[in-house]
Design a binder for this molecule. Structure first.
Ligand code: HEC
Length: 502
């Protein structure tokens, strides 16, 4: 901790000098780059086959049947009889259940008639609405409400589409694909979520577009993930709008190659109601875009308006509150690239830490862009447009747009993920538990190393707790039951958790 503090002081000094020099340069004629034309970004994910695709689902493995579920019937019963290649159509009505899909190539589609949707209602009692771990899954057209844990969560499934769902007041995560490759999340409306409305965790090649996320702590979160594009979304009235970061203590330790473009990011000033100690509980209310420790993040064409703290906040782990550094994760946000954005009325009532650092640059008043901590190779164009702090050493970007990049989806899909029996514990851990438990930090639940200290080599004890958890710590939410996992998987995941050492 002391080291971090010293580093903090050094950074402040360095920034002071940098800011002072920048202040001197600030009197020069601004370097103006045209908003139209110019070079396109040449880096980022390079697909093996050249053609861009608009779908994340490969051609279906079989021509299946259509199974129809009517009100009063069980969706899960249909899932159990379904074969890969089948489509399950759910008619409008109320269904109170948890649907768990552990097969490949199932399309679960709500039917909307006269505006009425197939509605999954957790009645404030059930934990999860839809969980899946298969490959090539489509979840479309549902309304999901009043669950305590997750709306739609996936574990280690490749090639998925989650589209046109309305997820309201469903607890901790609204739409949460974890550990998947090649996924499309589009045209969803998600609100009232105590952590992230849309949370992409430990995943690759993801496209998040045309969603509305509001009244949640985090709007859209790209966490420990790579090759993700977040575009054309409307993020408003959350605590933080759109976030790309590394959570320390998770088994996959990088976030890079993220494009955040053409989003409307407005009024994300909602007081933080995240679980105390969780990573998102550290987001200062009033943050438009947050980039923490993530690399190669491009921010382009967004409208970012009315945020108390800052329009764009960029920081390293050392300057984040309440995080334990992870020696396996690079703590710095390197190569952040800020192209033209429209920013207005940001930083008007910022937090003390930001205000104090701004003063080292003799900056007072609004803050559109705030950067703190080491950041190598970062750049910006048209910096004169913004109220900015901490970007004195950002260079001039040598490109003005990302027009050449359509999306990062994989033509033909990713190879289906096959889970071998020996990997069961690990995959279940990564796909499920890591959403709430990190090694040495509190996410939603206690840190793994604290659990290890309590349970020593008692894997059976863990297995029985997760099968039927009960409330222990008053300051934590209740842990959702993992009783949809069979007994063998429960024991395997418990054993795996006890072997973790970072
Ligand atoms: C949605 C979040 C969430 C998920 C997913 C989750 N947990 Fe938890 N877990 C919690 C919370 C919150 C607590 C603390 C509950 C309390 O103290 O009342 C907890 C507590 C625990 C405990 C401590 C029990 C005790 O005796 O103190 C263990 C063990 C545990 N979880 C294991 C797991 C395993 C294994 C998985 C994956 C199969 C998992 N958890 C998935 C949130 C979660």
């Amino acid at each position: 901790m002391n080291r971090t503090k010293t580093l903090g002081v050094l950074i402040v000094l360095a920034a002071f000098i940098g800011g002072w020099q920048w202040g001197q340069q600030g009197n020069d004629t601004p370097q103006i780059t045209s908003s139209v034309g110019g070079a396109s970004f040449a880096g980022g994910f390079q697909p093996e086959s050249g053609d861009a695709v608009n779908t994340a689902l490969p051609a279906r493995s079989a021509i299946g049947q259509t199974l129809v579920v009517n009100p009063g019937e069980s969706i899960q019963a249909a899932v159990e009889t379904a074969q890969p290649g089948d489509t399950i159509q759910v008619m409008p009505g109320i269904y109170s259940e948890t649907v768990y899909i552990d097969k490949n190539d199932i399309h679960l589609v709500g039917v909307i008639q006269a505006g009425e949707r197939a509605t999954l209602d957790g009645l404030g009692k059930l934990n999860d609405a839809i969980l899946y771990s298969g490959n090539n899954i489509l979840i479309e057209n549902f309304k999901i409400t009043r669950y305590k844990g997750n709306g739609i969560m996936s574990q280690a499934g490749n090639n998925f589409e989650i589209r046109n769902n309305i997820v309201i007041d469903t607890g901790i995560y609204g739409i949460f694909p974890q550990l998947g490759t090649n996924g499309l999340i589009e045209h969803n409306v998600v609100s009232g979520i105590a952590d992230a409305a849309i949370y992409v965790g430990m995943s690759d090649n993801i496209h998040v577009a045309h969603n509305e996320v509001f009244d949640s702590v985090a709007g859209i979160e790209i966490e420990n993930s790579r090759h993700a594009i977040v575009e054309n979304n409307y993020a408003h009235h959350n605590t933080g709008g759109i976030l790309a970061f590394i959570t320390p203590g998770l088994p996959i330790k990088t976030t890079y190659d993220v494009i955040i473009r053409n989003n409307f990011i407005l009024d994300n000033n909602t007081p933080n109601f995240g679980a105390p100690g969780s990573t998102v509980a550290g987001i200062p209310a009033g943050t438009g875009i947050l980039v923490m420790a993530a690399d190669d993040v491009i921010i382009e064409g967004n409208i970012i308006v009315n945020h108390k703290v800052a329009g764009i906040l960029i920081n390293d782990h050392g300057n984040a509150s309440g995080l334990t550094l992870d020696p396996g994760a690079d703590p710095n946000a390197d190569r952040v690239m800020i192209l033209d954005n429209v920013m207005h009325n940001n930083g008007y009532e910022t937090i003390d830490e930001v205000r104090a650092f701004a003063l080292t640059e003799l900056h007072t008043g609004d803050i559109d862009i705030f950067q703190i901590g080491p950041s190598d190779g970062s750049c910006i164009i048209n910096r004169h447009r913004y109220h900015h702090v901490g970007i004195g050493d950002f260079g001039e970007c040598d490109f003005t747009n990302t027009d050449s990049i359509h999306n990062y989806l994989l033509a033909g899909g990713a190879k289906p993920r096959v889970i071998e029996p020996a990997e069961r514990g690990e995959i279940a851990y990564l796909g499920i538990c890591a959403g709430c438990h990190a090694y040495n930090n509190v996410l939603i639940g206690p840190a793994v190393k604290d659990i290890q200290a309590m349970y020593a080599d008692n894997a059976k004890g863990i297995a029985s707790y997760i099968n039927a958890p009960f409330k222990i710590r008053p300051e934590y939410p209740e842990m959702p039951a993992q009783n949809y996992l069979d007994a063998e998987t429960q024991l395997a995941v418990a054993r795996y958790l006890l072997t973790l050492d970072k």
